[in-house]
Design a protein around this ligand. Sequence first.
Ligand SMILES: Nc1ccn([C@@H]2O[C@H](COP(=O)(O)OP(=O)(O)OP(=O)(O)O)[C@@H](O)[C@H]2O)c(=O)n1
Length: 517
Amino acid sequence: MKEGEQMQNLEGAGAGRSVSTQTGSMTGQMPRLSKVNLFTLLSLWMELFPTVEKKQKLQTKEEDELGPLGDDADVAKVSNDKKQVKKTGLVVVKNMKIVGLHCSSEDLHAGQIALIRHGSKMKNCDLYFSRKPCSTCLKMIVNAGVNRISYWPADPEISLLTEASNPLSTGDAKLDAKAVERLKSNSRAHVCVLLQPLVYYMVQFVEETSYRCDFIQRIAKTQPGSNSDFYFECKQERIKEYEMLFLVSNEEMHKQILMTMGLENLCENPYFSNLRQNMKDLILLLATVASSVPDFKHFGFYCSDPEQINEIHNQSLPQEIARHCMVQARLLAYRTEDHKTGVGAVIWAEGKSKTCDGTGAMYFIGCGYNAFPVGSEYADFPHMDDKQKDREIRKFRYIVHAEQNALTFRCQEIKPEERSMIFVTKCPCDECVPLIKGAGIKQIYAGDVDVGKKKADISYMRFEELEGVSKFTWQQNPTEARILGLNESETIENGVLRPKLVDEECHQNKKLCLGNH
Ligand SMILES: Nc1ccn([C@@H]2O[C@H](COP(=O)(O)OP(=O)(O)OP(=O)(O)O)[C@@H](O)[C@H]2O)c(=O)n1
């Protein structure tokens, strides 16, 4: 299939290494998220950026599917135009490198925002939209000379759902869809659906690794007697929420929309059912990763040293935003080239003034994951970890860490006067801590499971002593914990709430059992 071939080419060109490592088939161990799917998921995730008023979004969704809510005062305030335009997430990619993560704001569409941000630098870029862009955006971005425009094949930016459910509609959305088709056929840019089927055991792999990830394990250990229910409940909620947002629930309506968007060829079976299955798989994957950094009780990213947070640069982001950026880092980790441990990192900064972007004053600086040097082939470097005998054949001297790649391939400068922050799925190691500080990054958001550990080839000792950079680690809110009275299963180490080690708990249980006899 033509689209499939294009996806393969994209993938090969970007990664610069053998195809076998892309799928994990040769290693037999770890599937990797293809770049196309990563960009697609990030675009959907950007649509959910937390500065967006969720309530308003859900209300609009309900209206779209159930018809206008009539005399609801809040809804009446929103102009017809605004109701018709759906929130959109956008990933801008140049030479397979992410150079922009955007989402639409109250006033501007995602494509317009990208134009303002990147201008003529958009030439030859690839754009990944969470909705098919409208003609207002498309005419500008094709004019800027973009290479490829890919979109999620559900309801477009100017909602066709409203048209499909309302016979009295003025037909504006249909007119716009026609204009988009005309712009598409007359432009150099390739406008297409890019939805790559997942490697067949990817969903299962993501499920297992999400459940085992440090953030979930930390909650499970800290909550006495807790089981995994909270994680599975959270996941079910996320699946429902995202299916509502990213999938047209009524299949007939979905077909009508695809036809109006010029995708008649996808409306016949088995293509239509395959398309829906691929969409559902990706939604499930996104929901799974999102629930690995859950909004749960008093857990969040908190500073170990309360004295640090007086200065403005040191103040923590709202928890919702911090969690959102950490999920981005978790998504990136699924591109890892390390068979055992995937790590993702993303750097954001906060500009001086609120900008036009749906991300508020936040703007993207760079991202990365742990991988062997660019251009290396599968067998160039050792892949073993420290459990193997010979130190010479271990991976550690060769693998480039997630933070190192994020810093190297950043697309913006880190400005000393701005609050810049890095989100890493694992604690920064001793190699990375001085790099992060030296680069002028003001805040680190990370897990702290390895803090203070010294291993044969990698150690995590310097993070604790690091000064001049604020550290926010995943833990129970220390203030809340103090109010509630310190949890039995927690201790304080270096000002950070820590769950007691499992061994310690087991030991105590053992003693108790012995005592009972
Ligand atoms: N802040 C960090 C920390 C680690 N890594 C990456 O994470 C992997 C660590 O390898 P692993 O074998 O997991 O080392 P340990 O930390 O020793 O793991 P474990 O506790 O399971 O032994 C390496 O690819 C390294 O590049 C990273 O990218 N960024």
